[in-house]
Ligand binder design. Structure first.
Ligand code: NAI
Ligand code: MG
Length: 500
């Protein structure tokens, strides 16, 4: 594993944010067995703000062992009591929302006002939602006749191995921890190497209430730390959020041991705008759906914009006016709408896509382009919201998940052709439809191959939604009661002969 540039810089902590004490194994804060550490970078300044342990196989072993030891007692805690602990965690998170939000903004580059604060609040809501579901871990009885009692139980699986990305790190961690623990499982969660601080802060709050070993949070790189976790023989379930590429690696590891797996992967989600929606509310909706204010680093970003030919130019003119009015700046500044890309690797990747768009004479740059090379925005990994028009849905920029603020606008005239193009992707995570004609909007929603279609809005996920992907965007659902039951329990049937 090569050292990142940040690893050679001095660590300068930021006031009002969380300083890590190590990683959490068996209720204790520990360093890695090797003593190695990873520097955490503030992407707005390219400075190092903290160090976390660089865990590898030996640390995974310790964490899984601690979790396995905690499992028998935890699974026998009455579910309602487990739920109560999650509710107390929710309250404790809420009491420290501001520190959590600042920590998220600092390490991810996501703007405090528009993104990080919402993520911190949502994290408390997720614990609260699942904290209320303990009594819903119900089974069924099966009518096999008067002399037979047959019933099912929802039993936990055991040690869950969870791996999360950096784009909404704390919320995505909560989405695994809360349902898994409510259902009686224990967990080893690997934070993303680029954004471990908020997750460690949340773990710090959780461990005040949970028995040691029930939740273990480790920090480390993908193959070096996530690899041994995915392949550990004592892991009973794998839950992964991140790229489709690594999702396949996780699924292969699961196949070796017939371990169930949940995957929340990438997307290239379509937005379908009908001619009657050439209005400001739809433009605001597109900006939201494209997640421009989180630099479009979102798996649900509506990054393919299918505009009816009659409104193509007028809609893009409105989009330019509203998008370019957004303020790009320091994520911790309340005035900033848009922050930075997570790291140099992703920044370079996004810039390469923009360069390709600029080079092609048949792709028209509507607004945006390459980031400035001088001035305050050159200090960090800032990029500009960028829109290219006039190329087809077959273009690389319309097919690949860019994970940056590059939107491709494509013309359509025939509705069936528009829906065919929307579906012509190996992804199927989210989709957006924009029209006043609700019948037409719902027919399109039903025809689009994706796990989540929104009509006339571009919002984020809410607890209770069974959210997840079709096609290569993923497998399984975790965000709801049904998701918890399907992803974090296994059914056991018990059949009793009453005639004896
Ligand atoms: P990634 O998928 O490599 O990283 C996600 C998590 O998986 C991290 O915790 C990482 O350490 C871990 N990981 C990486 N390789 C692993 C391995 N071999 N075994 C076990 N764990 C492993 O994503 P990355 O490199 O941060 O971003 C690359 C691209 O992935 C982005 O440009 C974007 O397209 C996509 N992505 C999608 C996300 C989503 O929510 N859909 C989130 C993050 C990235
Ligand atoms: Mg960082």
């Amino acid at each position: 594993m090569s050292m990142t540039a940040a690893e050679t810089k001095p660590v300068v902590p930021m006031s009002g944010t969380y300083q890590p004490k190590g990683m959490l194994i068996d209720g204790k804060w520990v360093g890695s067995a090797s003593g190695a550490r990873i520097a955490v970078e503030n992407p707005a300044k390219r400075t190092s703000v903290a160090e976390v342990p660089r865990a590898a196989a030996a640390d995974v072993e310790a964490a899984v062992t601690a979790a396995a030891r905690a499992f028998p007692a935890w699974k026998n805690v009455v579910p309602r009591e487990r739920g109560k602990l999650l509710l107390r965690i929710a309250e404790a998170i809420e009491a420290r929302v501001e520190e959590l939000a600042r920590t998220i903004a600092l390490e991810t580059g996501n703007a405090l006002r528009t993104q990080a604060r919402g993520e911190a609040k949502m994290t408390a809501d997720i614990f609260r939602y699942f904290g209320g579901l303990g009594s819903e871990l119900k089974g069924e009885t099966v009518p096999l006749g008067e002399h037979v009692l047959s019933y099912t139980r929802r039993e936990p699986l055991g040690v869950v191995g969870a791996i999360i990305p950096w784009n909404a790190p704390v919320m995505l961690a909560a989405l695994k921890i809360a349902p898994a623990l409510c259902a009686g499982n224990v967990m080893v969660l690997k934070a993303a190497e680029d954004a471990p601080l908020g997750v460690l802060m949340m773990a710090d709050i959780c461990q005040e209430f949970l028995p040691p070993g029930v939740l273990n949070v480790i920090t480390g790189y993908g193959a070096e730390c996530g690899g041994p976790l995915a392949n550990h023989p004592k892991i009973a379930k794998l839950s992964f959020t991140g790229s489709t590429e690594v999702g396949k690696v996780i699924m292969r590891a699961a196949a070796e041991r017939i371990v169930p797996v949940s995957l929340e992967l990438g997307g290239k989600s379509p937005s379908l705008v009908y001619p009657d929606a050439d209005e400001d509310w739809a433009v605001d909706g597109i900006i939201n759906a494209m997640r421009f204010t989180r630099q479009s680093q979102s798996c649900t970003a509506g990054s393919r914009l299918f505009l009816h030919e009659d409104i193509f130019d007028s809609f893009l003119a409105k989009l330019e006016k509203k998008t370019t009015a957004l303020k790009i700046g320091d994520p911790l500044d309340e005035a900033s709408d848009i922050g930075t890309i997570i790291n140099n690797k992703q920044y370079t990747k996004v810039c390469k896509y923009v360069e390709e768009g600029l080079k092609r004479s048949d792709a028209k740059l509507v607004f945006g382009g390459l980031p400035p090379k001088t001035g305050p925005l050159a200090e960090g990994y800032y990029t500009l919201p960028t829109v290219f028009a006039d190329r087809s849905n077959d273009w690389r920029l319309a097919r690949e998940e860019i994970f940056g603020p590059v939107l491709v606008a494509i013309r359509w005239s025939d509705e069936a052709e528009a829906i065919r193009m929307a579906n012509d992707s190996h992804y199927g995570l989210a989709a957006y439809v924009w029209t006043h004609d609700i019948g037409r909007g719902l027919r399109a929603a039903h025809a689009i191959e994706s796990g989540w279609v929104q009509v006339n809005q571009g919002g984020g996920q809410s607890p209770g939604m069974s959210y997840g992907g079709f096609k290569q965007s993923g497998l399984g659902r975790e965000f709801s009661l049904e998701g918890m039951l399907d992803s974090f329990t296994q059914r056991k049937s018990v059949t009793v002969n009453l005639a004896v």
